[in-house]
Design a protein around this ligand. Sequence first.
Ligand SMILES: C[S@@+](CC[C@H](N)C(=O)[O-])C[C@H]1O[C@@H](n2cnc3c(N)ncnc32)[C@H](O)[C@@H]1O
Length: 260
Amino acid sequence: MSEAPTAARIRMEALAPHLHEAAQQWAQRLGLAFDDVDAGFALQLGEAGLQLAELGPQAPGPVRVDFVEGAVAHRRQFGGGAGQMIAKAVGIQQGIRPAVLDATAGLGRDAFVLASLGCTLSLIERQPLIGALLEDGLQRAAIDNEVAAIVARMRLLQGNAISIMADWQDEAPQVIYLDPMFPHRDKSALVKKEMRLFRPFVGDDPDAPALLAAALNLASHRVVVKRPRKAPIIEGAKPGYALEGKSSRYDIYPLKKLTP
Ligand SMILES: C[S@@+](CC[C@H](N)C(=O)[O-])C[C@H]1O[C@@H](n2cnc3c(N)ncnc32)[C@H](O)[C@@H]1O
């Protein structure tokens, strides 16, 4: 990462002296320096966990993974439960809580929604920086009384989902969920802030067709692809049907009927 252009360069920071040693471990793992004065971003370790911050006067606030408070927690409590479109898309019904592989985990929001509804989740993330934020968020959630039981159902794997799925040794996931990056995504304030932060590191996932093909090879019951509502389908196999919401669409590739 240290060879990236200045604007996309990240330095490591410890926000308190006693966190320096732990910050050093993250720095080593991710190949980040503490003294990169030209960096445009900082990965900061503070009392509230690991966060990514853009540096400079116009920068938005930092982003971290928080399953305990904030937007994700609010959605867990008030977000419509099993009636949510994502729940229908993966096939949640009375007596059915499929085992789901979320192969494009990102900050883990969608996976957390499904885990709060009782599904077991494997998550894969290939961007090491996002993987680090997610790992840290899961660790902090694991020691919280309210959400520990939920994140106990979430297992994070880091690497490229295309090869991890091709080498999969465990029982095949019933449902594979894909939400690759797409150039024009929904414009809610939260997503906009995160997009601005992550765009320089993540890009547009042009290998989505290979991801879909690998998922269709592995899933036992269905593959679900989340897209912006007006976006074309991922190139390759055609979905059996789609569920459309206000800003997103779920393309469903059914393989076998889910039963209780
Ligand atoms: C739009 S974000 C997913 C957001 C996620 N659904 C959430 O709720 O937070 C897409 C993520 O998928 C990851 N990704 C894309 N292709 C991947 C692949 N082949 N293997 C692993 N991760 C991948 C990207 O690095 C990015 O973090």
